[in-house]
Design a protein around this ligand. Structure first.
Ligand code: PLP
Length: 374
């Protein structure tokens, strides 16, 4: 199989698997245990905390381990203290559902939720936040890199105006971490979401990075783990794997970027030769591994299935869980007409991909069945 869907999830790096193995078998202690086996597991969790902290340039104490990116974002947006009169929650128009659905929920539970519009390149309106009543602003949540288009958002540029309004800034950096440099402090954010399974770590583990100035309410009450912010016995092996994946991502960032960028350039050069092919957000800074495009007249899901029959795994980029054929909300927010957006195909490259595989993908796109709609 040719796997080209790394923004959905990545395979486990063998070195990460090796690091986890002892904690799946021999070292099964509860990190809260005072005896040697417990202390050994506590120490492994502490090492992982340091490794994840180093990936985004924070102190280890800022890292709160969670079950993944979705939980971390729920924890951030639901756990922030709301000051009287400050009820306005702003989110980017192309956020992942873990942000947009949480914000929509909060909008029905005491907050006022508004969406920051984006332009055709997927970039947020730069003055939207400034135009909101400053005394009402509670929190802004803006992703660092979009999961479909790969567009990198100007989070640092927004941070000043959020700070001037004494509001909180949360950033979903799930897709950015491990693909581009991510520095929590340089971005000027208060809270940041990370996930392990996008950086060759195990699924079911992530982290919320919390600035010292933020006092959060826990989402999960329990045994006081994770500084009282996330009750529940730590998933030691998964956390160890996340830590190792974060360490590798940090050391190998440059080489990884070089590898996927060369493949992306090869792919985009090939796509540009195809008549009726449109690459979304083509002229905007994007993740080095991501290309989203549409072929005129083709339905994205049909392309995905046709490629699957040839053993190539890609995504339609559409959040069409219902199967109703709705175009991607991300592209819709960018003002892409439904007829074009419905044709979206997302390729997200990874470390295991080769130039030969890109060649095979381009060949396979040449031999697609006749267009399914016009
Ligand atoms: N945020 C973004 C941008 C994502 O792409 C994803 C996963 O697809 C998530 C959050 C959710 O992360 P997790 O799968 O760890 O809950």
């Amino acid at each position: 199989m040719i796997y080209l869907d790394h923004n959905a999830t990545t395979p486990l790096d063998a070195r990460v698997g090796d690091a986890m193995q002892p904690y799946l078998e021999r070292f099964y202690g509860n990190p809260s245990g005072l005896y040697r086996l417990g202390r050994l597991c506590r120490s492994a969790v502490d090492t992982a905390r340091e490794q994840v902290a180093a990936l985004v340039g924070v102190e280890p104490s800022a890292v709160i381990f969670t079950s993944g990116g979705t939980e971390a974002t729920n924890m951030a947006l639901k756990g922030l203290p709301v000051t009287a009169g400050r009820r306005l929650l702003l989110t980017g128009a192309t956020e992942h559902p873990s942000v947009s659905e949480t914000a929509a929920f909060l909008g029905g539970h005491g907050l006022v939720h508004r969406v920051i519009p984006v332009d055709e390149q997927g970039l947020p309106d730069p003055v939207f936040v400034e135009r909101q009543p400053g005394t009402e602003l509670h929190c802004v949540s803006l992703m660092l890199a979009n999961n479909e288009t790969g567009v990198i958002h100007p989070v640092a540029e927004l941070a000043d105006s959020v700070r001037q309004r004494s509001a909180w800034l949360h950033c979903d950096a799930v897709q950015a971490a491990g693909k581009i440099p991510v520095d929590f402090k340089a971005l000027g954010v208060d809270l940041m979401t990370l996930s392990s399974h996008k950086i060759y770590g195990p699924k079911g583990v992530g982290a919320l990075i919390v600035d010292r100035a933020v006092t959060l309410q826990p989402l999960l009450h329990g045994g006081g783990q994770e500084q009282g912010l996330r009750g529940g016995t730590e998933a030691v092996a998964a956390i160890v794997g996340f830590g190792k994946a974060a360490e590798l991502a940090r050391y190998e960032l440059e080489a990884r970027t070089r590898h996927v960028l060369a493949l992306r350039q090869q792919l985009e050069a090939g796509l540009r030769q195809k008549t009726g092919c449109r690459i979304f957000a083509a002229s905007t800074p994007r993740l080095p591994n991501t290309v989203q495009f549409a072929l005129e007249g083709y339905d994205g899901e049909t392309v995905v299935m046709a490629l699957d029959r040839k053993g190539i795994a890609v995504s339609s980029g559409s959040a069409c869980a219902s199967g109703a054929g709705e175009p991607s909300p991300v592209l819709t927010a960018m003002g892409i007409p439904a007829g074009v957006a419905r044709g979206a195909v997302r390729i997200s490259l990874g470390q295991g991909n080769t130039p030969d595989e890109i060649g095979q993908l381009l060949d396979a796109l040449e031999t697609l069945p006749t267009p399914t709609f016009v």
